[in-house]
Design a protein around this ligand. Structure first.
Ligand code: HEC
Length: 419
């Protein structure tokens, strides 16, 4: 079995686990939110209890009682809900490595935006994920944290800003997944770094017979609320990475902002219903209108320049003599095999699908050509066509020229253009 196929199977397996873990996490979190909103606080309750609910499921009846701080006697055994979240993150991160980091050239990098090498792209992605959480956490712990509405607005602006930034650095699909992973990480870190540690402190204080600090409960509630509203957008982003019309448009970052609003509206609908505060049907109407807006934005934001046009642009910028020299070398030493109809005896298709008949094709495959015929003498096989050192050098010159051009297309040039 070829390694590539092995990794593909691994990807299938990890994706499967990731989706299952995600279902378990979001399922239990939706369940508890619904339970929380539907608690009846007016019935006769045990001492220190806050509310209760009666539910029926799977042939039995459940009687649930909620204590805001804790019951008088803490039971020996408590069921914690945290592994659903952790497993989702761990499997998701593994998937990120398998798909986006192992194939960063395909999925993460767009050399027409910023000419990153694989190492740089992965570092920026990892830093982005870490900084996303750190900044979010600082915002929540700052003075803004006292005002829930202002806090939510600030976080919204922060996320939209990040998604704009990523869309300028990475390919459309890479940027979309990057922001999804950033938000997902914030949600899991909320569980791992704030909600669970706070709960542990409360339990420890109770066991010692002390009064727990109410700040932990307050903080957990706030982070839980954020997670609640971020759930739907994150799922949309994760699925959106499979649909070019969602990510391959200039407005993908605005689409993302709208999706966050839709997610919040729909959560608001369900939260209101669970709390028996009526059914705000207007949320669906506005969501539908916003979704139409997304379709419209996707349409008008379609890339107006095709890859072929980009290639022609690039070709026109490259030094003509360098290009012609390289093309002549390829013509003599490679094209007998690397053509749509190879003239090499017994060969009917271009080997590995690499055709090098036109200068566009040479430019498009220049990285591979450089590896095969300049950095190594793997090509032509066994140096069948007697390629001289000086001829390899002319391929190197073309490669250097293209790299130089890609660098100049970098973020700095863009910034300078804007300023
Ligand atoms: C005699 C036929 C022949 C000639 C001439 C030839 N190649 Fe190849 N090339 C092959 C074959 C066969 C393969 C597939 C090798 C493999 O399966 O690993 C290949 C593969 C390649 C690949 C793809 C490598 C990969 O692993 O994906 C590149 C790039 C390449 N050749 C470039 C060149 C260049 C540049 C030249 C001229 C300097 C050249 N080849 C000349 C037969 C040829």
């Amino acid at each position: 079995m070829h390694w590539e196929i092995f990794f593909l199977w691994l990807e299938v397996l990890v994706r499967w686990v990731h989706v299952i873990a995600g279902i378990a996490w979001i399922g239990s979190s939706f369940y508890f939110i619904a339970l929380d909103y539907s608690l009846n606080t007016k019935t006769k309750l045990p001492l220190k209890a806050h509310g209760e609910a009666w539910q029926v499921h799977g042939g039995g009846f459940y009687h649930l009682v909620k204590y805001l701080v804790a019951p008088k006697n803490l039971p020996d055994e408590l069921t914690w809900f945290k592994w659903e979240a952790y497993a989702t993150w761990i499997s998701g991160f593994f998937l990120l490595i398998l798909v986006y980091y192992a194939h960063s050239q395909l999925y993460l990098i767009d050399t027409f935006k910023v000419d990153l090498n694989e190492f740089q792209a992965i570092c920026i992605s990892l830093l982005g994920i870490a900084i996303g959480w750190i900044v979010y956490d600082i915002i929540c712990r700052s003075k803004l944290g006292d005002n829930n509405n202002l806090l939510v607005l600030t976080i919204f602006i922060f996320i939209v800003f990040c998604s704009y930034l990523f869309s300028e650095i990475f390919s459309g699909r890479g940027a979309f997944t990057q922001i999804g992973v950033m938000i997902g990480t914030i949600m899991v870190a909320n569980v791992a770094m704030v909600i669970i540690p706070g709960q542990k402190k409360v339990v420890a204080a109770l066991i010692k017979g002390n009064q727990p600090d109410p700040i932990h409960g307050k903080r957990a509630k706030q982070r839980s609320l954020h997670n609640n509203y971020l759930t739907l957008p994150v799922i949309f982003i994760m699925l959106g990475g499979h649909y070019p019309m969602i990510f391959a448009t200039d407005f993908s970052w605005i689409i993302l902002a709208i999706v966050i609003i839709i997610g919040a509206l729909i959560r608001h609908f369900f939260n209101s219903r669970h709390a028996k505060k009526g059914s705000p049907w207007w949320t669906w109407l506005i969501s539908a209108l916003l979704f139409i807006l997304i379709m419209f934005l996707s349409q008008i934001g379609k890339p107006n320049i095709s890859n072929d046009e980009k290639l022609t642009l690039l070709k026109n910028k490259i030094n003509y003599i360098v290009l012609t020299n390289a093309a002549n070398v390829v013509e003599v030493h490679c094209v007998m095999c690397h053509a749509q109809n190879p003239s090499w005896e017994g060969m009917n298709i271009p080997p590995k699908g690499v055709s090098l008949e036109t200068s566009e094709e040479i430019i498009r495959n220049i990285d591979m050509v450089y590896q095969q015929a300049v950095l190594s003498d793997a090509m032509p096989p066994g140096n069948l066509t007697w390629m001289e050192f000086s001829q390899r050098e002319s391929l190197r010159r073309l490669y250097n020229e293209i790299i130089e051009y890609r660098k100049n297309e970098g973020l700095w040039e863009k910034l300078k253009e804007i300023l």
